[in-house]
Design a protein around this ligand. Structure first.
Ligand SMILES: [Zn+2]
Length: 356
């Protein structure tokens, strides 16, 4: 009886999700759903993923690269350009995957070199199809809602048909926004993701309680350890940052047993912080920074001056705390209250142990 019941339940259960193919374009298969389990092992395949429809009733297409190793192993998800002006992660994925041989890979790399197609087209951080409309942040609406309004549907299809079902660990690649620049900088929200971040060897790791709706935090909360990796500034392929990103991810792949080689556990030069302070312009004007990106600063140290339209210095701005400069402005034109730089630092307050 019990065996019959089990059989009936088995027959009634929905078929497991499988890759859904929807034709091809210039030889690249178009898909509506991905399940790396049903792809042949020992191969790289490129796909176009249909992430909903434009207002012209055409498909938003998102590029997907799957390198499925000849041997079984974990699935590492790599995503880039969820903010459409943050390009270095695209080059990191392109360069990294060009070096991965599926014949010697254990497990799978599922990579999305460009999550935000409309933002990339307009070089906009936001997901936007029209300058006159609201420009929501695609990295605050995960896991989205398939069948919802445009961005919710776009996010929901990405999440439930592509990203979440194909990830055991994930790295979401970003840069700072227009007019600003980061060091190589990782966010981590748990001890496990801190270890992942250390393996990538950034200049700075910021422990962070996380934000709702980000790829990193929604995956981590859903049982897929994930980090956000920030690689410098926007709108360029920065060879130095890309090279460091590729090296860091190669080390992560080694630590996961996906490629040969011994992983270096961490870089002693990486600075770990749990707190952040934004240094702002006390009035509008032209900013001149007195410290470089990545500098160690002491409390009270002059870090920037502001000048008026005639070049007269109106303010000398000092660091309110000691720490490391993780962000600077690259556009000197500052509104009143505009960010000049950010300083990350270590708080000994027990409440801040995993980020304040
Ligand atoms: Zn970003």
């Amino acid at each position: 009886m019990r065996a019959l019941l089990a059989l009936a339940l088995l027959l009634a259960a929905p078929a497991p999700a499988a890759t859904e193919r929807a034709g091809s374009m210039a030889g690249v298969t178009i898909i509506d759903r991905l399940d790396v389990a049903d792809l042949p092992a020992g191969q790289r395949q490129d796909f176009w993923f249909r992430a909903g429809e434009t207002q012209l009733a055409q498909s938003w297409l998102v590029p997907v690269i799957v390198v499925k190793g000849a041997r079984p192993g974990p699935r590492l998800l790599l995503t880039a350009a969820i903010h459409g002006d943050e390009l270095n992660g695209i080059d990191v994925i392109h360069q990294l995957l060009a070096r991965i041989d599926p014949a010697t890979l254990s497990g799978s790399i599922v990579a999305v070199p460009g999550l935000n197609t409309p933002g990339l087209m307009l070089s906009q951080r936001e997901w936007t199809t029209d300058d006159g409309r609201a420009q929501p942040n695609l990295n605050r609406v995960m896991p989205g809602m398939e069948g919802g309004r445009d961005i919710d549907d776009y996010a929901g299809r990405l999440w439930s048909r592509l990203l979440r079902p194909n990830a055991d660990r994930a790295v979401d690649l970003h840069t700072q926004s227009r007019g600003t620049r980061y060091v190589l900088y990782a966010f981590a929200s748990t001890p496990e993701t801190r270890t992942m971040a250390e393996l990538v060897a950034p200049d700075i790791i910021k422990l962070d309680t996380g934000e709702k709706g980000t790829v990193e935090n929604e995956l981590t909360r859903d049982g897929v350890p994930a980090i956000t990796l920030e690689l410098g500034g926007p709108e360029v392929f920065d060879a130095t940052m890309v090279t460091r990103g590729v090296a860091g991810l190669t080390n992560l792949l080694r630590s996961m047993g996906m490629i040969a080689g011994t992983a270096r556990p961490s870089d002693p030069a990486t600075f770990v912080a749990n707190s952040i302070t934004v240094v702002r312009a006390p009035r509008a004007g032209y900013a001149r920074l007195l410290v470089p990106l990545g500098a160690s600063v002491t409390a009270g140290q002059p870090v920037a001056t502001l000048s008026d339209a005639f070049g007269h210095v109106t303010d000398t701005v000092t660091a309110p705390v000691a720490g490391r400069v993780n962000t600077i402005v690259t556009d000197p034109r500052r509104p009143r209250g505009g960010m000049l730089l950010r300083i990350v630092w270590w708080s000994t307050d027990p409440k801040c142990a995993m980020g304040c």
